[in-house]
Write a protein that binds this ligand. Sequence first.
Ligand SMILES: Nc1nc2c(ncn2[C@@H]2O[C@H](COP(=O)(O)OP(=O)(O)OP(=O)(O)O)[C@@H](O)[C@H]2O)c(=O)[nH]1
Ligand SMILES: [Mg+2]
Length: 422
Amino acid sequence: MFVDKERISLKSGDGGNGATSFLRYKGVANGGPDGGDGGRGGHIYFVGDRHKTTLIDFHFKHKYVAENGGKGEPNKRHGKDGEDLYIPVPLGTVVKDAETDKIICDIYYDGQTHLVLEGGNGGKGNVHFCTSRRHAPHFSQTGEKTELRRVILELKTIADVGLIGFPNVGKSTILSKVSGAKPKIANYHFTTMSPNLGVVGYYDDSFICADIPGLIEGASEGAGLGFEFLRHIERTRILVHVVDISGVEGRDPYEDYKQINAELKGYSKELAKRPQIIVLNKCDMYGAEENIKIFKKKINGRKKVFTVSAINGEGLEKVVQTIIEMLKEMPAPTPIEHEEFKYEKVDVRKFEIIYSEEDNVYIVDGPIVKLLERNVVLNDMDSLAYMQKTLKDYGVIAGLRKAGCKDNDTVIIGDIEFTFMD
Ligand SMILES: Nc1nc2c(ncn2[C@@H]2O[C@H](COP(=O)(O)OP(=O)(O)OP(=O)(O)O)[C@@H](O)[C@H]2O)c(=O)[nH]1
Ligand SMILES: [Mg+2]
């Protein structure tokens, strides 16, 4: 099965919780705080893997989760970092954010590694909350939680050369003769149902050639296999337009040529402008000779035309040689240019204040609520003192005052409710 588009979800690891513990050993009654930090959650990366050719793995597995960070331990021991997750994808995989459709990365090279999601930070152990006035903090920070993200993987095969043409004209036969690829070949339309790739070697040079299902009139409206597979030749540098010059199927070869170009244009103007060479195939058949003359006359030197008989390999070397020469003159292909899209970690200090007239309460909302919840253990006085300080430092107190909050008014932050005292 050939799979070239999938939607999957990713979740990097949550940070581990910080520890609350106190030093204990023989002879020491009240040792100081020694709770270590929680470990970082595992990151998620995509990695280019040249051995993969389809996205089939993602058809069967949709959710990828990196390991959570371990919790901090006594004796200031740091929790274990969650293991990072490396997801191998075929070269040419474009990763998009499912919500915005923006490109996150284009995995183009073998071994290319892209960090898509960062793991959550570990929480701080109680050892960090010790001050000159707070000798024994009975609280620590919980690890940062991460969010589930949805991405779309789309394979846009990377090949130098793409074979195009009507069905049954001999595209797969050509690929099988010039490369080690073994595509299915048969005397009926749509033998090839999904792209085949082959590496074509010529002395010290080589290129990658893609054979895609045949196009027919109306492909732009979805006829035949439609345009489904044209995305696999979008990145090619040269198109080899294969024409059955024997006319054995009763069509006019030159009309075939024009038709395919019209369909190509209907799909993408850019692809229609790609350098194209014409390969007239099945020259061994009766009637080919006459048709070659007519075809060449109509093309009138506007394009390079080669005559071959793919079935017995005749004429193909000249085609390969020409492609090698042409490729050398062309700029090296590059990944898709795109604005870099990154999943932002939320600014944990952001907040807004909402006044509820009905209940006469001030509600503090936004990411800061999560941050405070992570830091505060409600039954602990020290922790509340720490929260007050944080509220002041992050400008929440000033914000409340500005919003009209006065002494004895009620303030709600997440699950915490308290009376405002300046
Ligand atoms: N006589 C002759 N037959 C050929 C030649 N090249 C290919 N064929 C035959 O044409 C038929 C179609 O060949 P394929 O290579 O499967 O054609 P295709 O263009 O890949 O076809 P689709 O995958 O259906 O689009 C097969 O029966 C081949 O043996 C040739 O040079 N001469
Ligand atoms: Mg084929």
